[in-house]
Design a protein around this ligand. Structure first.
Ligand code: AQP
Length: 330
C-alpha cells in the first residue's frame, strides 16, 4: 500500500498554491495511506536566517496544516530538525551524489541568482537533503506541486545510485503524486509566474491567513484580459486560465465544467463568483489557524508527538544504512 512522505518549508506566508498543490492532497491521502508530514526547517534555513521568524513560521505552518484538515491522530506531523536521521542520511547521500546532477537543478539557478559564489552550500545541496527526507522513511509516494518534480526525479536517481554502490535494493523508487486540477497555481498579478511566498507583492497571492475582505479584494483586483467569456488557454490567456483552474480546484469540479458554466460570463461576474467561493472555502481555514495559534503549547505537543512517531520509523532505516556503508550502528 506504500507510505506517503511530504514536506513544506516554514518560510513566511503559506498561500493558496501551497494549499491546492500540497496541503489539500495531504488531507485526502490520509484517508487511504500511512502519511508522514514534515515542516522542513532545515531547508528553510538556506534562505531564512532569523531565529524569531523561523519559530513563528513553524507555528504558522503547523497551524495551517492542521486547519486544512490534516489529522494528527492519523498522520505524523513534525519538524525536520527534531528527527536527526534526516541530516545524518543526507550526509551519506551527499557522498554518493555527483555534483553534476545538482548543477542541473533549475530551482538552485533561480534562487541563487547571478552571484552564485555567494549562495550558501546548503542551497546547492538542498535536493540531497530532500532525497534524505523521503528515503529515510523508505517512502513510496510523495505528493508535490509541479515545481518539485525535478527534485523528486533526482531523489529517485539518488536512491538508485546508493543501491548500486552498496549492492542492495534497499531504497524503493519514490513516485511523485501530482494531484488535482491546480498543480501549479500562478501569481494573481502575472499568470506566467508561479504563486510564491517570495513574491514581493502581497496582491500576487492569497495567503491562508487572509481574512474574507482581503481574499475578495485580491481576486477582484487580479489581472485579467479583455476577452469575453472565461476559457482555458495557458498560452494566450494565462490569467483567465489560472483563475479558472483555481475555481475548479476550490469547487471540486473540472476545468471543462467551469469553462462551460462561464463560457459567456464577463470577467467581473466570474471574479465575483470566484471571490465568494474562495471566501467560503478559505476563510474558515484562516479562522481555525487563528484559534490554533492562540495555543502554541498545543501545537508544540502535536509536533513533539509526531517527531517521536517519525523517529520510530527513521531510526531503524538509518541503522540499516550505517550497516550497509560500514559505519558503527547509531
Ligand atoms: N504555486 C504553486 N502551485 C502549486 N503547488 C505549489 N507549491 C508551492 N507553490 C505552489 C507546493 O507546495 C509545497 C510546499 O512547498 P515549499 O514549502 O517547498 O514551498 P516553495 O515551493 O518554496 O513555495 P514557494 O511559495 O514557491 O516559496 P519560494 O517563493 O520560497 O520558492 C510543495 O509541494 C510545492 O510543490
Amino acid at each position: 500500500q506504500g507510505l506517503i512522505f511530504s514536506g513544506i518549508q516554514p518560510t513566511h506566508g503559506i498561500h493558496l498554491g501551497n494549499y491546492l498543490g500540497a496541503l489539500r492532497n495531504w488531507v485526502t491521502l490520509q484517508e487511504s495511506h500511512r502519511c508522514i508530514y514534515c515542516i522542513v526547517d532545515q531547508h528553510a534555513l538556506t534562505t531564512l536566517q532569523d531565529a524569531a521568524q523561523m519559530r513563528r513560521n513553524i507555528h504558522e505552518v503547523a497551524a495551517a496544516i492542521l486547519a486544512s484538515g490534516v489529522d494528527p491522530k492519523r498522520s505524523a506531523l513534525f519538524v525536520q530538525s527534531s528527527v536527526a536521521a534526516h541530516a545524518r542520511l543526507a550526509w551519506v547521500l551527499n557522498c554518493v551524489t555527483p555534483m553534476g546532477w545538482l548543477n542541473r537543478m533549475t530551482q538552485f539557478k533561480e534562487k541563487a541568482g547571478k552571484h552564485r559564489e555567494n549562495a550558501p552550500v546548503g542551497l546547492f545541496s538542498y535536493p540531497v537533503l530532500m532525497a534524505a527526507d523521503i528515503l529515510v522513511y523508505r517512502a513510496t509516494h510523495v505528493p508535490v506541486g509541479e515545481d518539485q518534480k525535478q527534485h523528486l526525479e533526482l531523489a529517485r536517481d539518488i536512491a538508485a545510485i546508493f543501491n548500486r554502490k552498496f549492492e542492495s535494493e534497499f531504497f524503493p523508487q519514490p513516485e511523485p503524486l501530482i494531484l488535482g486540477e491546480a498543480t501549479r497555481v500562478m501569481s494573481l498579478r502575472d499568470g506566467t509566474k508561479k504563486m510564491s511566498k517570495s513574491d514581493t507583492s502581497d496582491m500576487s497571492r492569497i495567503n491562508l491567513t487572509d481574512d474574507a475582505d482581503a481574499i475578495a479584494q485580491k481576486i477582484r483586483r487580479a489581472k485579467s484580459d479583455a476577452i469575453l467569456g472565461i476559457s482555458f488557454d495557458r498560452e494566450n490567456r494565462p490569467e483567465a486560465s489560472n483563475l479558472l483552474t483555481i475555481y475548479a480546484a476550490l469547487a471540486g469540479s473540472t476545468r471543462a465544467e467551469v469553462e462551460r458554466e462561464y463560457a459567456e460570463a464577463s470577467f467581473s461576474d466570474f471574479k465575483g463568483r470566484l471571490a465568494d467561493l474562495a471566501v467560503e472555502k478559505l476563510a474558515p481555514i484562516a479562522g481555525e489557524m487563528r484559534r490554533l495559534l492562540a495555543d502554541p503549547g498545543y501545537l508544540d505537543s502535536i509536533l513533539e508527538d509526531g517527531a517521536a512517531q517519525a523517529r520510530a520509523v527513521a531510526d531503524p532505516v538509518l541503522a540499516q544504512v550505517h550497516e550497509l556503508v560500514g559505519f558503527p550502528r547509531p
